[in-house]
Design a protein around this ligand. Structure first.
Ligand code: VGL
Ligand code: ZN
Length: 197
């Protein structure tokens, strides 16, 4: 069994002071760095939106955290965040980025958001991560990072559906917890066969 650590979106905009700050988002960085030593492979994801992305409330003249119906289904409208090349999109400066074998970017398609590291929010457009992991013989994944109830959740559920053995290390995640989203996410992950560690 080859076991990879998948570190989701540990970026400045999801940490305190960022555009879409997750409470305590920076508290998990040291623990993630320590955990990296225990895995055969380390993969980082990076939320990477073009300016004016369709998931931004500002692109719809709408309030942040309101909902919109996209061709692929309902979509939360977020404050502008993780715009390509900005300081907000950069990794937290304490994160051991040099340890990463692969950095996979997502959310670069202007018309489709991408919470999951595997598929965009249309649930069909692949990011390529599945092929990378399979060709390296990786069968087991532990997920950590931000945010528990969005990108960690969607990535974990997709990974389990694809047949990977999946654990989410909850102590090394932090949640947005918007409108009950954390409880819903936990239920969905357990339902999909994800181990919450
Ligand atoms: C995320 C909302 C929008 C996340 C990314 O990383 O959980 N959430 N973009
Ligand atoms: Zn995003």
């Amino acid at each position: 069994m080859t076991h990879a650590l998948l570190v989701i979106d540990v970026q400045n905009d999801f940490c305190p002071g960022g555009a879409l700050a997750v409470a305590g988002g920076d508290e998990i960085v040291a623990g993630i760095n320590t955990a990296m030593a225990s895995f055969d492979a380390v993969v980082l994801t990076q939320d990477w939106h073009p300016a004016g992305h369709s998931s931004f409330a500002s692109s719809h003249d709408a309030a942040p955290m309101s909902m919109v119906e996209m061709p692929y289904g309902p979509q939360v409208l977020w404050p502008d965040h993780c715009v390509q090349g900005t300081q907000g999109a950069a990794f937290h400066n304490q994160l051991h980025v040099d340890r990463a074998d692969l950095i996979i970017r997502k959310g670069y398609n202007p018309a489709i958001d991408s919470y999951s590291a595997f598929f965009e929010n249309d649930k069909t457009t692949p990011t390529g991560l599945e092929g990378y992991l399979r060709i390296r013989g990786i069968t087991s994944l532990t997920l950590v990072g931000l945010a528990t109830d969005f990108c960690v959740n969607y990535s974990a559920v997709d990974a389990a559906k694809l047949g990977f053995d999946v654990t989410v290390n909850m102590a090394l995640c932090r949640a947005i917890d918007f409108d009950g989203s954390l409880d819903t996410a936990k239920d969905g992950m357990v339902q999909a066969g994800v181990t919450l560690g």
